[in-house]
Design a protein around this ligand. Structure first.
Ligand code: NAD
Ligand code: ZN
Ligand code: ZN
Length: 381
């Protein structure tokens, strides 16, 4: 089959690989119908995720049709259309029983930190991803959700990750009604965090980014106020002034590592050079949120970014929450929001490509060009 694989920092290619097969009786193999590219894939592309091996197939946001079924699978049969959560979970361990499927301890047994994730390095189990013609899905009775007959794959594709992720970002901000919320990052995850903040009853939602077309997209898609941090000087002071001199109740980091304007910078051809200091957006969140406020970190960080201004957070009495999204627990509820027309998830797709053009899609999405908000690959047309 054809698959998009890692070739070293900044290099991906589409190549021939063996078809995946059933390796465990609880597996299924899917014929992939749609596979999206995520901001998290850019961290892989940029060589920032430890133990990303050459030849690994990327892709953790996908839908597909069941092609082969393992002997112990009871919930799925050949021909079923499914959407699959990005984190692989066993359904029975300590964490899965508590709904913390993003922390499953059986899907990546060698790690005490990360659960298994499709197409996301050997740090998360070394599973091949779905930016390919076919993909193996372990614990197939647990993760995949059947797509209702009257819905097309693209309508539910983002239940695999960014919609539940944005929703969890808002939930970790503990939005109950009337709160003021700032979302850093107007990418796909940020957009769904904004939508979710409104659904949870936020009183005011502002997003901060520096890419003008993304800010414009956010105004239309999520009906939010926008701030271009490159135009306002000191962003922390600006946000304090915008919210009664105190700052907002909730700050959400939907950017993660490699934030524009950070102390980390690129050394020509050698990747990132890190300087001591907190990750930019976490620091902006902690400094601009009001005392006693909530900071929700859904942007992804790897080990090199372990500096956080904990003294300021302590003295301001902040609540900090963060995690990989526990995607599976939110899927049924968010499917209902899509079905009732409260969230038009598909409408953030700006570009579609055949699998063969996946490297171009990565380039476009990474460079934030041509109005690109979300790229979707179509491995079988
Ligand atoms: P994206 O790259 O499309 O969007 C990031 C946005 O942040 C861009 O629009 C960029 O211009 C903006 N940005 C850059 N620097 C900024 C700064 N200093 N201040 C404000 N905005 C800034 O990515 P995405 O797909 O929206 O993903 C966002 C983050 O969420 C990534 O770190 C991704 O890895 C993470 N993520 C986490 C989970 C999880 O489970 N925790 C799941 C999916 C994605
Ligand atoms: Zn993703
Ligand atoms: Zn588990």
């Amino acid at each position: 089959m054809r698959a998009l694989t890692y070739q070293g920092p900044y290099r991906v290619q589409v190549e021939q690989k063996p078809d995946p097969r059933i390796e465990h009786p609880q597996d299924v193999v899917l014929k992939v119908t749609r596979a999206a590219i995520c901001g998290s894939d850019l961290h892989l592309l940029h060589g920032l995720v430890p133990d990303t091996r050459v030849g690994c197939t990327f892709g953790h946001e996908f839908t597909g049709v069941v092609e082969e079924v393992g002997k112990e699978v009871s919930q799925l049969k050949k021909g079923d259309r499914v959407v699959v959560p990005f984190n692989i979970s066993c359904g029975t361990c300590f964490y899965c029983q508590r709904g913390l499927t993003g922390n499953c301890e059986n899907s990546n047994p060698g790690s005490d930190v990360a659960s298994g994730v499709y197409g996301y390095s050997h740090t998360t189990g070394g599973f091949d991803g779905g930016q390919a013609e076919y993909v193996r899905v372990p614990f197939a009775d647990v993760g995949p959700m059947k797509i209702p007959d009257d819905m097309d794959d693209e309508s539910v594709l983002f239940l695999s990750d960014i919609l539940p992720t944005g929703y969890q970002a808002a939930e970790m901000g503990e939005i109950k009604g009337g709160e003021t919320v700032v979302v850093f990052g107007a990418g796909p995850v940020g957009l769904f965090a904004m939508k979710s903040a409104w659904l949870m009853g936020a009183g005011r939602v502002v997003t901060v980014d520096h890419v003008p077309y993304r800010l414009e997209f956010a105004r239309k898609f999520a009906n939010v106020e926008t701030v271009n941090f490159k135009e306002v000087g000191d962003i922390v002071l600006h946000l304090k002034e915008l919210f009664d001199g105190r700052g907002p109740d909730v700050c959400i980091d939907a950017v993660g590592m490699e934030a524009e304007g950070s102390r980390a910078h690129r050394v020509l051809g050698l990747g990132l050079k890190l300087e001591a200091g907190a990750p930019t957006v976490i620091e902006w969140c902690i400094n601009s949120v009001r005392k006693g406020g909530n900071v929700s970190i859904i942007g992804v960080y790897g080990p090199p970014w372990n500096f956080v201004p904990i003294g300021t957070a302590m003295n301001k009495g902040l609540t900090l929450r963060m995690n990989q999204a526990n995607t599976r627990r939110y899927m049924p509820h968010l499917l209902e929001h899509i079905q009732k027309g409260r969230i038009d998830a598909k409408s953030i797709i700006t570009h579609r490509f055949p699998l063969e053009q996946a490297p171009d899609a990565y380039h476009l999405f990474a460079q934030k060009q041509d109005g690109c908000v979300k790229c979707v690959l179509m491995p079988h047309g």
